[in-house]
Design a protein around this ligand. Structure first.
Ligand SMILES: Nc1ncnc2c1ncn2[C@@H]1O[C@H](COP(=O)(O)OP(=O)(O)O)[C@@H](O)[C@H]1O
Ligand SMILES: Nc1ccn([C@@H]2O[C@H](COP(=O)(O)OP(=O)(O)O)[C@@H](O)[C@H]2O)c(=O)n1
Length: 215
């Protein structure tokens, strides 16, 4: 299934805590499009694995879960914690998990009018034909500071150094896996947000999307 001509599909990829979710939601609001945070799907699989008492590295159990889990059973507050991000990146390296989540992401992208999706492989694998692709990044230190502040706001106490270590480990796992590794699509525009406010990022992204739409 591919989006039809004229549909605006915006792919937003990037590493952990780069601000891709924030940007994707803002772009969706600006263009009046539905938005899918694809990281939540991997977080749901991880949550279901842990809830069922499976070892997170058990690929056979993950394959069974991805074939049967119900998205409605996972409120977002059970998915955003620090250890679920880590567990999600373990199951996300399993080809059967990625294959099991592919069709629902493509269906979402194929909605009439278009959609915004954010993740790691939207521009490379899920929507390779998207007219607008953004790869959002920032230094590991800036991303760790953002995540530290976000987690503290939700009452999760973790030191800056351990969050930075999490981010580096997750970057290495996500970039190093063989199936759909984290990387910018060749036709993506890279947006380094290290020194930009959210408003500046949104404005730069809209300019890029407009350029691509007109291209
Ligand atoms: N440009 C920015 N400057 C400062 N904080 C930001 C910026 N972009 C996002 N944030 C904040 O950083 C945190 C992580 O952003 P989020 O969009 O959830 O990242 P991701 O989806 O890439 O993990 C959030 O608390 C968000 O408000
Ligand atoms: N399209 C996607 C989205 C997430 N993921 C995986 O899911 C994990 C959690 O993704 P996320 O986007 O919710 O994490 P954050 O960037 O918000 O920390 C990532 O570390 C990836 O391993 C993926 O492999 N492909």
């Amino acid at each position: 299934m591919r989006p039809g001509t004229g549909d605006l599909v915006i792919a937003v990829d990037g590493p952990a805590a780069s601000g891709k979710g924030t940007l994707a939601k803002r772009l969706a609001a600006h263009y009046g499009l539905p938005c899918l945070d694809t990281g939540l799907l991997y977080r749901m699989v991880a949550r279901a694995m842990l809830d069922a008492g499976h070892d997170i590295h058990d690929a056979a159990a993950a394959e069974r879960i991805v074939g049967s889990f119900d998205e409605a059973g996972f409120p977002e507050e059970r998915l955003r914690g620090r250890e679920i991000g880590e567990a999600a990146s373990v199951v996300a390296a399993m080809p059967a998990v990625r294959a099991g989540l592919l069709a629902r992401q493509r269906r979402f992208a194929a909605q009439p009018g278009g959609a915004v999706l954010d993740g790691r492989d939207i521009g490379t694998v899920i929507c390779p034909e998207a007219p607008a692709k953004l790869f959002v990044t920032a230094t590991p230190e800036v991303r760790a500071a953002r995540r530290h502040k976000e987690l503290a706001g939700r009452g999760e106490t973790a030191g800056f150094d351990s969050i930075l270590a999490d981010i580096r480990r997750r970057d290495a796992r996500d970039s190093g896996r063989s199936d759909a590794p984290l990387k910018a699509a060749e036709d993506a525009v890279i947006l380094d947000t290290s020194a930009l406010t959210i408003e500046e990022v949104v404005a730069a992204a809209i300019e890029i999307v407009e350029r691509r739409r007109g291209a």
